[in-house]
Ligand binder design. Structure first.
Ligand code: ADP
Ligand code: MG
Length: 310
C-alpha cells in the first residue's frame, strides 16, 4: 500500500503577497509533485498569516471608507484566504503534474474546524493577527472590547484566541477524494474555526494553529507521516545561541524533555514540535518530520530533518 502523508506548508512555501505567492507556489508544486511521483498519497495543509492579515486589512479599510459595509468577521476572512491560496497552489500543482505527463487530480476543500467554546484559550488570547497599529489605535480597539498586544517590538496588533481543533467537518470529503487518488489541499490557515449549536455552525473569532490541525488531520486519515515544512532544516536546541545543536532523530520522550526545557519558541517551533509529538505517540509506526521545503524528499528518505518517533 502507498504511504499516506499530511504535509503542512509554512509561510515560506507561499510568499507574503500575490507576486511572491505565484513564484513560491511554483517551487512548492515541484516538491509536492516529486512526492506524488514516488507514489505517496498526499494531503496538504498550509498557513495563511500574511494573507489573512491582508484580507482583514482590506476589509477594515472598506468599512472605514464606506459606511454601507459591515466588518467582515475573521472566520470569513480565513475562508477567503483558503480560496485565495488554494487556487494558486492547486493550479501550480496541476501545471507541474501536466509538465510531467501525470494526470493526478488536485482538489481544494474549504474546511471548517470545530473548536470547544469552553476552550481555556478563549480566556487568554495569544495569536497576534492583522496589521501593525500605533499604541493609540490599539487603545481605541481595546476600548471597544477588541484585545490588542505589543508584538515583538514591531507595534501593536489585534490578538485572538488559538483554541485546539476538535473535529474537521469536511473529513469525509477529504477521505473520499484521497481514496479517489486526488492530491487534496485542506484545512488552510488552520481551518475556519466554528462551533455547532442546535445543529447550526457559526464562525468564531479565533485562529486554529495550522500545525495542530495538521496533526489532527493526519491522525483522522490514519496517515503514516506528518511532514511539517518550514524555514529551517531541523529544530534546534539552544536555537541561535553559540551552543546550538540541530536535532536529527529523536524519540517522543526526548522531544518532551526538550519542550519542558523551553528550547522551542511559542508560536513558531513549539506548535510544530508539540504537534509532531502528538502524532508520533498516537500509534506505533507513525513518524513526524520537521524540515525545509526543499528537503521534503530527503527528509522522508531519512537523510535529514528532525524526525520524531515513539
Ligand atoms: P511557519 O510559517 O513554517 O509556521 P514559523 O516562523 O511559524 O514558520 O516557525 C518556524 C521558525 O521557528 C523558524 O524559522 C525559526 O526561526 C523558529 N524557531 C524558534 N525556535 C526554534 C528552534 N528551537 N529550532 C529551530 N527553529 C526555531
Ligand atoms: Mg507558524
Amino acid at each position: 500500500m502507498n504511504k499516506r502523508v499530511v504535509i503542512a506548508l509554512g509561510g515560506n512555501a507561499l510568499g507574503k503577497d500575490i507576486d511572491e505567492q505565484k513564484v513560491a507556489v511554483a517551487k512548492t508544486a515541484q516538491v509536492i509533485v516529486d512526492l506524488a511521483q514516488q507514489g505517496l498519497e498526499i494531503v496538504i495543509t498550509h498557513g495563511n498569516g500574511p494573507q489573512v492579515g491582508m484580507i482583514q486589512d482590506a476589509m477594515d479599510n472598506v468599512v472605514v471608507r464606506y459606511k454601507i459595509y459591515k466588518q467582515v468577521p475573521l472566520p470569513s476572512s480565513i475562508a477567503m484566504s483558503q480560496g485565495y491560496i488554494g487556487i494558486d497552489l492547486q493550479n501550480a500543482i496541476k501545471y507541474e503534474l501536466r509538465r510531467r505527463n501525470m494526470d493526478t487530480k488536485v482538489s481544494t476543500i474549504l474546511s471548517q474546524v470545530e473548536v470547544d467554546k469552553n476552550d481555556p484559550a478563549f480566556q487568554h488570547p495569544t495569536k497576534p493577527i492583522g496589521r501593525f497599529m500605533t499604541k493609540e489605535e490599539a487603545e481605541i480597539n481595546e476600548a471597544h472590547g477588541i484585545p490588542c498586544m505589543e508584538d515583538a517590538g514591531r507595534g501593536y496588533r489585534i490578538v485572538v484566541a488559538s483554541p485546539m481543533p476538535k473535529r474537521i467537518r469536511e473529513l469525509e470529503t477529504i477521505k473520499t477524494l484521497l481514496a479517489a487518488g486526488h492530491i487534496v489541499i485542506a484545512c488552510g490557515g488552520g481551518g475556519m474555526p466554528v462551533i455547532e449549536e442546535n445543529g447550526k455552525l457559526s464562525g468564531v473569532n479565533a485562529v486554529v494553529d495550522k500545525d495542530n490541525v495538521s496533526c489532527l488531520l493526519a491522525q483522522n486519515l490514519d496517515a503514516d507521516r506528518l511532514v511539517i515544512l518550514t524555514a529551517v532544516e531541523h529544530a534546534a536546541l539552544n536555537y541561535r545561541k553559540e551552543n546550538q545543536v540541530w536535532l536529527s532523530d529523536i524519540s517522543v520522550e526526548e522531544a518532551k524533555k526538550y519542550v519542558a526545557e523551553g528550547h522551542f519558541a511559542p508560536g513558531s517551533m513549539l506548535p510544530k514540535v508539540e504537534a509532531s509529538i502528538r502524532f508520533a505517540e498516537s500509534k506505533p509506526g507513525r513518524r513526524s518530520l520537521i524540515t525545509l521545503l526543499d528537503k521534503a524528499s530527503d527528509g522522508l528518505a531519512g537523510k535529514t530533518g528532525t524526525v520524531i518517533t515513539l
